[in-house]
Design a binder for this molecule. Structure first.
Ligand SMILES: [Zn+2]
Length: 522
């Protein structure tokens, strides 16, 4: 048993804070109130908030938790549950591991893909004992790669039937919904009808449809409208992922209005947003599907061929917004260290190259491990962040993978990993003063729990799972920065995951108590 003494309770509902002790017995909360002396461990929470553990509704930790299950970046921000399988990326179903890694964040050859189904992946993940709970959606990118490879066309009837069968199998294995990433090469040819048909298969389970919409710059609001049409036709609950587009606050406001109108019309819709002022992706995302489908050797040939380059330039990608290459900044990488932290336009000017040719040159120099070449796209403003996060239908998410500053992921980066919940609380509560502590905690706990359909997490109540954060409301803050991102947050004093003491007096313990949660399996 563990007793947490004298803290101020923020129970996740957004209600008034109050002083109480919390008693934990096994993996559950046994009492909240005045707890008599116990024989077990006593934790002092005086001067601190005691809240449910934070839930990351938009995570990409599917694979990094297998590489390093400690989830160090997350637990130091009070995170106890991650929802993976977002944006059409994820770890199942898998038929061809070589193809599948195109829709997995943080892939390295060090952890081979030796499973095929959702159930196989869940078993594999539970076996490494992740420090946080994991909930997964079924990623459309893997459905499509399995059924069509990189074919740049809508699915035919047989392919659609296969995708439906794989989706149903994954849901039966315990996935919590379905996600799309329609801006990415492996999904961009999926029609609205195709997505609606799959979404309807999922919707009968009551799960969540989360979508990274088709256009996130010009046409972004129209793509949100498409998502609403899909949800309406499929009768699905809708989560619009990282809603704020990359092309300014007017498009952001139009997008929010479309969500509000849909909500008014009775559609169960909310949205989320990451906390970075930039987008983050692989540089190879600039390439069209007909190049990405090729083996690395053939890709290099195409990248060297001027005629192929001329065709590649016609492809509209996540990087081509407004053709403004000064917004695209190369991150630290082993292939082009001299250009790290610089924008593509300035590197191109220095090398007397057209930006597209420069990008193709950079990719040629990295074609053995293209996933190590990542870029940020400066695209958002603090004004957009304030408006989005103050909105009652919006919750924050990391839109990143869990990482750790030591161990096998020490050299990896994914902005947001170390900073999201800590940034959100510091910025919205202490700096912008737009949310009360109880409201911010609600957006980090009960609200995302309700979206995904978790009934026994996200609130501090007797009988719920003991996912509990004890944090200092004056200190909780991120330390990671744009170019030095890998620094753990400060301010979380204690963290329990299913009753396992995971952070003690600000330091990570060796405890790893996370469960891989399977829908319908208690
Ligand atoms: Zn996304």
């Amino acid at each position: 048993m563990i007793a947490i003494r004298g803290g101020t309770i923020l129970d996740g509902t957004g209600g008034e804070p109050y002083l109480a002790d919390v008693l934990v017995d096994g993996d559950r909360i046994a009492a909240i109130g005045e707890v008599p002396p116990i024989a077990g461990r006593e934790l002092d929470a005086a001067g601190h908030y005691v809240s449910p553990g934070f839930i990351d509704l938009h995570s990409h930790s599917d694979y990094t938790l297998l590489v390093d299950p400690r989830a160090t970046s997350a637990i130091h921000q009070g995170v106890t549950t991650e929802v993976v399988g977002n944006c059409g990326f994820g770890c199942f179903p898998i038929r061809d591991p070589e193809l599948a890694r195109r829709a997995i964040y943080g892939y390295t050859p060090d952890v081979p893909i030796d499973w095929t189904s959702a159930g196989g992946y869940f078993d594999r993940l539970q076996a490494v004992h992740p420090a946080v709970n994991v909930v997964s959606l079924v990623p459309n990118g893997q459905l499509r790669l399995t059924a069509l490879g990189f074919a740049d066309r809508p699915a035919d009837a047989d392919e659609l039937a296969l995708m439906k069968a794989l989706l149903q199998e994954s849901l039966a294995d315990g996935a919590w919904g379905y996600s799309t990433g329609l801006e990415y090469a492996q999904e961009s040819a999926a029609t609205e009808e195709e997505v609606t048909a799959l979404c309807a298969e999922m919707a009968v389970t009551g799960g969540l449809y989360a979508t990274h919409t088709r256009r996130r710059d010009d046409g972004a609001a129209d793509s949100v409208a498409e998502a609403v049409r899909v949800a309406h036709a499929a009768q699905a609950r809708l989560q619009v992922s990282h809603l704020v587009p990359r092309n300014g606050i007017e498009e952001a406001r139009r997008s929010v209005e479309i969500v509000e109108d849909a909500w008014q019309a009775g559609i169960d819709v909310e949205f989320d947003m990451h906390t970075r002022l930039f987008g983050l992706t692989h540089l190879y995302a600039v390439l069209p599907p007909w190049v990405l489908a090729e083996e690395p050797g053939r890709q290099a040939e195409l990248l060297r061929d001027p005629a192929a380059r001329a065709r590649m330039r016609m492809h509209r990608s996540i990087l081509s917004a407004g053709n403004d290459w000064s917004r695209v900044v190369l991150l630290d990488n082993p292939f082009w260290p001299q250009y790290a932290r610089r924008d593509v336009a300035s590197i191109a000017a220095e090398r007397h190259k057209d930006p597209f040719d420069l990008v193709y040159d950079l990719l040629l120099g990295a074609f053995e491990a293209p996933y190590r070449l990542m870029v940020i796209i400066n695209a958002y403003t603090e004004e957009e962040q304030r408006e989005a996060f103050a909105h009652p239908l919006c919750v924050p998410g990391s839109d990143a993978t869990t990482l750790a500053p030591d161990g096998p992921l020490a050299a990896s980066f994914f902005h947001g990993a170390y900073t999201w919940a800590a940034w959100f609380y510091r910025f919205m509560v202490r700096e912008a003063k737009l949310l009360e502590p109880a409201e911010a905690v609600h957006k980090l706990t009960a609200q995302p729990a309700a979206r995904i359909g978790l009934t026994d997490r996200g609130r501090l109540r007797v009988g719920a799972y003991a996912d509990i954060a004890v944090f200092d409301g004056d200190r909780l803050a991120e330390r990671g920065t744009t170019f030095e991102p890998n620094q753990v947050a400060v301010g979380v004093k204690h963290l329990l995951v299913n009753g396992v003491h995971t952070i003690r007096d600000g330091e990570a313990t060796r405890g790893r108590g996370g469960y891989v949660l399977r829908r319908g399996r208690g």
